[in-house]
Design a protein around this ligand. Structure first.
Ligand SMILES: NC(=O)c1ccc[n+]([C@@H]2O[C@H](COP(=O)([O-])OP(=O)(O)OC[C@H]3O[C@@H](n4cnc5c(N)ncnc54)[C@H](OP(=O)(O)O)[C@@H]3O)[C@@H](O)[C@H]2O)c1
Length: 273
């Protein structure tokens, strides 16, 4: 079964429109370069934002120093019209070390990247659900995928996907047993073949083949990669679809849900003010 996420997107859209009925909130998208990938990421957000009465402002900070960037983000924190702030990844090297993301006011951190908001995932007392892990949880809920007592394997341990997703899946009520694999994991297939639920977030186009998947398992593909000019996931979709019981497509699976969760966070941020 191919997991079509259109119904989840519709539900989220309706929810956001209701929250935004009085005022159109403003999301500020910061990038450090105007390359194609960044611009198409922002265009995707803008397209979805238009449907849910949300304004998007792009700020391309090309060539700005770290000091000026910090001052700029602080000014956005104080700008009352700005409800949410996101920073496009990857950040330039020097900027990563300086903790630029933590300059964002946690109340406006709708991408859930600051240490404060990420840390809150440990106790479950969080303001915003991180968009991509949140999208995976929505898919699990929507398709009533059984998690209690099941074996869940996550490929990838990034701060954006693997680690926060682990925190969400560890919550009481979800009750799954989790193993996280990464680039230094030995004999990856010996883990992936034990999975009832397999979640891939490694950024390797069509990496996961059917012989790495337990027949009948659920496969959720977070990866978004470009191969031969096409968008593909971390799984070899046609091949894996032959053995899995449920599988998300790329494009059209996790990605669109992620964008609407981000926009839901913007709507919540606006209400919070
Ligand atoms: N659908 C969405 O909304 C959405 C959102 C965000 C990201 N993504 C996509 O998700 C993918 C991952 O993104 P990310 O930001 O998490 O990437 P990332 O920061 O580069 O992290 C990749 C992770 O995968 C691991 N890894 C790499 N190669 C591996 C291999 N051969 N076997 C096992 N593990 C391996 C890495 O291990 P080490 O830690 O050992 O290096 C790392 O933990 C990308 O394709 C990205 O475009 C999609």
């Amino acid at each position: 079964m191919i997991l079509n996420t259109k119904s989840i997107c519709k539900r989220l859209r309706d929810n956001i429109i209701t929250l935004n009925h009085k005022r159109s909130p403003l999301l500020c998208c910061i990038a450090f370069s105007d390359n194609g990938a960044t611009l198409s990421y922002f265009r995707g957000i803008e397209k979805s934002a238009e449907k849910v009465n949300t304004r998007v402002r792009q700020e391309i900070l090309k060539g700005k120093s770290i000091k000026d960037t910090i001052t700029f983000i602080e000014s956005l924190n104080h700008e009352s019209d700005v409800d949410g702030i996101i920073i496009s990844r990857p950040l330039p090297l020097g900027f990563q070390k300086k903790g630029i993301k933590d300059i964002i006011d946690p109340v406006k951190d709708v991408d859930c990247v600051t240490d404060e908001n990420l840390g809150r995932l440990i106790t479950g007392d969080f303001k915003y659900i991180p968009p991509t892990p949140g999208a995976v949880m929505e898919i699990i809920k929507e398709f009533r995928i059984e998690t209690a007592g099941k074996n869940t394997i996550i490929l990838g341990r990034s701060d954006v996907v693997g680690k926060p997703l682990t925190m969400l899946l560890l919550q009481k009520g979800v009750d799954t047993t989790i193993t996280i694999c990464h680039s230094k994991t030995r004999s990856l297939s010996s883990y992936t073949r034990t999975a009832d639920i397999l979640i891939t977030a490694i950024g390797r186009p069509k990496f996961l083949k059917s012989d790495m998947v337990r027949p009948g398992s659920v496969v959720i593909d977070v990866g978004i990669n470009v191969k031969d000019g096409k968008l593909v996931g971390d799984i070899d979709f046609e091949d894996v679809n032959r053995v899995a019981s449920m599988v998300t497509p790329t494009p059209g699976g996790v990605g669109p849900v992620t964008t609407y969760i981000l926009l839901l966070n913007v709507a919540k941020a606006a209400k919070r003010k």
